[in-house]
Design a protein around this ligand. Structure first.
Ligand SMILES: Cc1ncc(COP(=O)(O)O)c(C=O)c1O
Length: 448
C-alpha cells in the first residue's frame, strides 16, 4: 500500500487556523523541519524568511540560544505548577520587571494568550466600577479597524468582520470610533491630529461617557485591521479626556509591546500611562503561550477585601504563570537589554521603510506605504491602472504563494503586504526579503 504523505495525513485530521481548508488542495501547507533566527526550514530543505515573525510573536527570532538555555534549565527543575497559592523566585523576578514597564502599573495578572489578557482587562474595569459605586458604568468603546483577539468578547471589541461576522448574534455591542491615520513618524500629522478629527471623536466620546467603563485600543499601530499607524497625539487626548471623565484606558500592546514600534511600549510614543496594559507575543520572545494584564494598585485595591465581600477577581487559566514561559520571558528581557534591541529598531526603522519604497518604485504596484519601528506595510494596486484589485482576485494571497515559492513567508492581510520581521533580523536577510517580495509582486500583478 502506498505510504500516505504528510500533507495527506495532515488534511485527514487537522483544521488549520485562519484558513479556508479548501485552499490547501492546490497549495499545501509547508512542512517545517526546524527554525533558526529569522528562518524556517522545511523538510525538503527549503529556507524561508519568517517575514511576519510567526504571527508577530518571534521578536528575537527562532531558537535564540539564551532563551533555549533558560527554558531547558527551568525544565530540569519543573515545567509548571498551579499558580494560585504558589510562587517561585523567577515568577517574582519577572513580575518585578514587568511592574517597571509603565509608571504606576505595578500589579501583574497572568494568563496564557493575548485575547484573554484583553478580556481580563475588560472584566477588571467592569468589576472595579461595580465595586466602587459606579455600577452604571458597563459599556466599552474601541477604535475602528481594531483587533483584540478571537474570543467572543474580544471579537466584539475588534472591528474585523472577516473574523467576527458569523458570531455577531452573540457579541455585545462595543461601538468603535473612527480615527485619522498617518504614514509614519515623518507624516505632517504625526505630532498633532487635525482639530476637526478630534472634535468628531470627542463628540462621540461625550455621547457614550455616562455609562462608559473603558476604551480599548491598540496604541499607535493597529495590526490585523490593516497595519494602520496613528498619531501619539490621539493617545494624549484620549488620556486627558478619560481622566476627566473617569473612564479607563485599556491598551492592547499584544502586538506593539516589547519594541515593535521602536519603544518598549507603543504608549511610550505618547508618554501616557493607560489604566491597563495587555501584553503577550514578544513577552516570551514568542517561545511559549503567556500573557499579562498590568494595572495599578489603585484598581487592585478595589478587589482587596475580606473573602465574604465577594470582591476578589476570580479569573483563572490553567497555564497562567507557566514556569517555562517565565524562564523564556526573563531571558528575552535580558536579551533586549544586552543586545540593545529597541534602540536598533528605532535606528533602522527608516531603512525598513526604504526597502518597501524601493519595491513600490520598481513594481509600480504598491500604494499608501506606512511604517513604524520594525513594521512597514503597503497596499497592492494594479501597476497599469493604479486601481485596487477586486478582493475576489485574492492578489495578496497569490503574492503569499509566490513568495513562499521564492523563499519568504509573507502573509498579506487582504491586499496589504507587510514586513514585520524579528527585531534582530540582519540587514542582509532584509535585503533578500525585499528582493523576494518585489519578484513575487511583479510576478503576480503583471499577470493580473
Ligand atoms: C493586538 C492584538 N490583540 C490581541 C491578539 C490576540 O492574541 P492571541 O492570539 O494570543 O489570543 C492579537 C493577536 O494577533 C493582537 O495582535
Amino acid at each position: 500500500m502506498k505510504k500516505e504523505s504528510l500533507t495527506e495525513r495532515d488534511l485527514k485530521h487537522i483544521w488549520h487556523p485562519c484558513s479556508q481548508m479548501k485552499d490547501y488542495e492546490d497549495f499545501p501547507m509547508m512542512h517545517i523541519a526546524s527554525a533558526e533566527g529569522p528562518y524556517l526550514y522545511t523538510t525538503d530543505g527549503k529556507q524561508l524568511i519568517d517575514a511576519i515573525s510567526s504571527w508577530w510573536c518571534k521578536s528575537l527570532g527562532h531558537r535564540h540560544p539564551r532563551i533555549v538555555a533558560s527554558v531547558k534549565e527551568q525544565m530540569d527543575k519543573y515545567e509548571h505548577v498551579i499558580m494560585a497559592n504558589t510562587c517561585c523566585e523567577p515568577l517574582v523576578e519577572l513580575s518585578e520587571k514587568l511592574a517597571n514597564l509603565a509608571p504606576s502599573l505595578d500589579r501583574v495578572f497572568y494568563s496564557d494568550n493575548g485575547s484573554t489578557a484583553v478580556e481580563v482587562a475588560i472584566k477588571m474595569s467592569l468589576q472595579y466600577n461595580a465595586q466602587t459605586g459606579n455600577s452604571h458604568k458597563t459599556s466599552f468603546l474601541a477604535l475602528k479597524n481594531g483587533y483584540h483577539g478571537e474570543t467572543i468578547l474580544t471579537l466584539a471589541a475588534g472591528d474585523c468582520e472577516l473574523y467576527s461576522s458569523p458570531y455577531a448574534p452573540l457579541m455585545p455591542k462595543i461601538p468603535n470610533i473612527e480615527i485619522p491615520y498617518v504614514t509614519g513618524e515623518d507624516d505632517a500629522n504625526w505630532n498633532l491630529i487635525p482639530a476637526k478629527s478630534w472634535q468628531a471623536i470627542e463628540t462621540q466620546l461625550n455621547e457614550y461617557k455616562e455609562h462608559l467603563s473603558g476604551i480599548i485600543f491598540e496604541p499607535i499601530l493597529q495590526g490585523a485591521g490593516g497595519m494602520k499607524v496613528y498619531s501619539p497625539d490621539l493617545l494624549k487626548r484620549l488620556r486627558k479626556w478619560s481622566y476627566e471623565n473617569k473612564v479607563h484606558l485599556i491598551a492592547d500592546e499584544i502586538m506593539t509591546g516589547f519594541g515593535r514600534t521602536g519603544k518598549m511600549l507603543a504608549c511610550d510614543h505618547a508618554g501616557i500611562t493607560p489604566d491597563f496594559v495587555c501584553l503577550s507575543k514578544g513577552l516570551t520572545g514568542g517561545y511559549t503561550p503567556m500573557a499579562v494584564t498590568l494595572t495599578s494598585t489603585e484598581i487592585y485595591n478595589a478587589f482587596y477585601d475580606d473573602y465574604a465581600t465577594g470582591k476578589a477577581f476570580m479569573h483563572s487559566n490553567t497555564y497562567c504563570g507557566h514556569a517555562l514561559g517565565v524562564a523564556a520571558a526573563l531571558a528575552a528581557l535580558k536579551i533586549y537589554e544586552d543586545e540593545n534591541i529597541i534602540a536598533n529598531v528605532a535606528a533602522k526603522s527608516c531603512e525598513l521603510r526604504k526597502r518597501m519604497e524601493d519595491i513600490a518604485t520598481e513594481t509600480n504596484a504598491l500604494t499608501n506605504i506606512r511604517n513604524i519601528g520594525y513594521m512597514v506595510a503597503a497596499d497592492l494596486i494594479n501597476p497599469d491602472t493604479g486601481a485596487k484589485f477586486a478582493s475576489k482576485e485574492r492578489t495578496g494571497y497569490k503574492c503569499y504563494q509566490k513568495a513562499v515559492e521564492l523563499g519568504a513567508l509573507l502573509r498579506p492581510l487582504g491586499d496589504t503586504v507587510y514586513f514585520l520581521p524579528p527585531l534582530n533580523t540582519p540587514d542582509s536577510v532584509l535585503d533578500n526579503l525585499a528582493n523576494i517580495a518585489k519578484d513575487a509582486i511583479i510576478a503576480v500583478t503583471r499577470q493580473a
